[in-house]
Write a protein that binds this ligand. Structure first.
Ligand code: GTP
Length: 597
């Protein structure tokens, strides 16, 4: 295909602003999928994505569009994940296209994720077409939102396309805008092959499928290619375009996007951002490439029932096949037995994986406190990466500890601003910026990631009644006065509850933690001391009193239904308990104990 007849683009949007609905419409209007095959949200392949309404894996579709100028154009949409945990996948797919549609819900306006994603598009030098969605709703305020886009993002918005992805209104204008306003790709047909590895995934029938964008040269079915970073060579079995189902094709030239299979065994054998060239005639210069996505949040996952350990390992291996950024290794905990220490890109990633393990593989899991990765600078000059507070080295050998910091952007209606500032301040935040976009404030904070991983989202949502939007990126590591706090139940340390805290916040957290545990641990036949300690020093203590013989005795009088309820509750609770020495601790305690109210 001629370069001038190709347009490559992605769609950036905040969650729920209508990205998937618009993609569906574009596919539908151009007849890419027969009407009867059209299911809502074509591009969100996995059930869990559909249920949660979040797009995780970048996906792609090729659309043929007969434009008003009489020519037929090939439009390649690369779908990008909307959430910050997957920021790396966003930035990589941005490099493969020349333009973006910026979808903003005309009833809501610009949100934190809109900003985070659009800045990535700007960084990738994209031409950006603003699209205001949901104008069918009476609450839509397109003029106000246009102004906001110009003020907050700083891009031209007077010629934004007004649409309703739901009713289909304005969709032809979007297609015309793509053709007229986005640039055609550049590239040289006669140069040696240079293609970017944009994404890869595991398909149970085809094996690893690799999504590529050709920069220069031509790739053909049957070619032998070389991946420049891994130096591995493969012979192409199939070459195809996604419509969005695979349709075989003989060749892909400059500017084109497609997929191939080549008997590649694992997703891990493919490096996103790698340059693909021909084995024989190699390109002299590889693409700049990308930084690998490194896990930033770690937690332990243990089976509630120790007999499920092998099933858990099998399930994790399957999930990891398709998700190179999810890592796990075996871990043994004195309290929890055999399990895994797992690494994730962020909190959402953690939740998604845990959910899939529980639902798709029917496993009951105990999740230990999420922890960020600390750089522990030893007196010897070595730097150790601490993924698990339980592995904290001997303090006398430690010089100082550095923790990851984030730049958080929060958009919030003015009336809740005070509460948001208070929350950020409590979490050791440093205010970087405060500006207004209409009736809403945009605050930017420098925050320690460890203060965000437990329950920051939940707290933010509750203090703003759900009206705030939040996004973050990691900005680097900084030293602070950090200590390991251990928790002792019945004088035995429970390693799964130990955590890194700031020294100044240790007492507060320790007290909150032991109070919570006192509520969460059922009473036993004996008295149970619950303590928080730093090194050998106890900083907070509660005592859970012993149980009297008859549990139901504390239900005054003879309210039978209430008695039964209590007994049922005990029975249900029993299933999800773990034995710690002589004490049984319910599964939910491991997360609940860490939340601060
Ligand atoms: P993520 O996949 O979570 O990033 O969300 P998204 O941006 O893809 O949003 P999605 O397309 O799932 O739309 C979110 C909700 O808005 C859905 O309930 C849609 O039905 C609804 N919606 C999308 N477009 C319109 C529109 O033009 N008008 C109205 N009234 N509702 C819309």
């Amino acid at each position: 295909t001629e370069l001038s007849r190709i347009r490559n683009f992605s769609i950036v949007a905040h969650i729920d602003h209508g990205k998937s609905t618009l993609a569906d419409r574009l596919i539908q209007l151009t007849g890419t999928v027969a009407e009867r095959d059209m299911k809502a949200q074509m591009l969100d392949a996995m059930d869990i994505e559909r249920e949660r309404g979040i797009t995780i894996k970048a996906n792609s579709v090729r659309i043929e569009y007969p434009a008003q100028d009489g020519h037929t154009y090939i439009l390649n949409l690369i779908d990008t994940p909307g959430h910050v945990d997957f920021a790396y996948e966003v930035s990589r797919s941005m490099q493969a296209v020349e333009g973006s549609l910026l979808v903003v819900d005309a009833t809501q306006g610009v949100e934190a994720q809109t900003l985070a994603n659009v800045y990535q598009a700007i960084d990738a030098d994209h031409e950006i077409v603003p699209v205001l969605n949901k104008i069918d709703l009476p609450a839509a305020e397109p003029e106000r939102v246009k102004e906001q886009i110009e003020d907050v993002i700083g891009i031209e918005a007077h010629n934004a396309v007004l649409i309703s992805a739901k009713t289909g209104l304005g969709i032809p204008d979007v297609l015309e805008a793509i053709v007229q306003r986005l640039p055609a790709p550049k590239g040289e047909r006669d140069a040696p092959l240079k293609a970017m590895l944009v994404d890869s995934w595991y398909d149970s029938y085809l094996g690893v499928v690799v999504l590529i964008r050709v920069m220069d040269g031509v790739i053909r079915k049957g070619d032998t290619i070389r991946m420049m970073k891994t130096a591995a060579t493969y012979k192409l079995d199939t070459l195809a375009v996604l419509k969005p189902q695979m349709v075989q094709i003989d060749a892909l030239g400059p500017g084109e996007i497609g997929v191939f299979t080549a008997s590649i065994k694992q997703v891990r054998d493919t490096r996103v951002g790698d340059t693909i060239t021909h084995e024989k005639k190699q390109t002299p210069k590889a693409l700049p490439g990308f930084k690998p996505s490194v896990p930033v949040v770690f937690c332990g996952l243990f089976p509630v029932d120790a007999n499920d350990f092998d099933d858990l390992r099998d399930a994790m291996e399957k999930l990891a096949l398709n998700d190179a950024s999810f890592s796990f290794e075996m871990e043994t905990s004195a309290a929890l037995g055999f399990g895994f220490r797992c690494g994730f890109l962020g909190l959402l990633h953690l939740e998604v994986i845990r959910d899939r393990l529980e639902r798709e593989y029917d496993l009951d899991l105990i999740t230990t406190a999420p922890s960020v990765v600390y750089d522990v600078h030893m007196k010897s000059g070595e730097v150790e990466q601490l993924h698990n507070p339980a592995d904290m080295p001997d303090l006398t050998l430690v010089d100082h500890i550095e923790e990851p910091r984030i730049k958080a952007t929060i958009l919030v209606p003015d009336e809740y601003l005070g509460d948001v500032l208070k929350l950020c301040q409590e979490r050791r935040g440093i205010q970087l910026d405060l500006t207004y976009a209409g009736p809403r404030a945009m605050v930017v904070y420098d925050l320690p990631l460890n203060e965000v991983v437990f329950d920051f989202y939940d707290r933010l949502k509750s203090v703003t009644k759900g009206y705030a939007s939040f996004d973050y990126q990691i900005i680097g590591y900084r030293e602070d006065n950090l200590v390991k706090m251990s928790v002792l139940v019945n004088d035995e340390p429970v390693d799964a509850l130990s955590m890194m805290v700031h020294r100044d916040r240790a007492e507060l957290r320790g007290r909150a933690m032991v109070e919570k545990l006192k509520e969460l641990i059922p009473r036993h036949m004996f008295k149970i001391p619950i303590q928080a300690a730093i090194g050998g020093k106890v900083i907070a203590r509660e005592t859970l009193s012993a149980l009297r013989k008859d549990v139901t005795a504390k239900c005054y009088g003879g309210d039978a239904s209430r008695k039964r309820k209590l007994l049922d509750k005990q029975k249900a609770g029993k299933k999800k308990m773990r034995q710690f020495g002589k004490v049984e601790i319910p599964q939910e305690a491991f997360i609940s104990a860490l939340k601060m109210d």
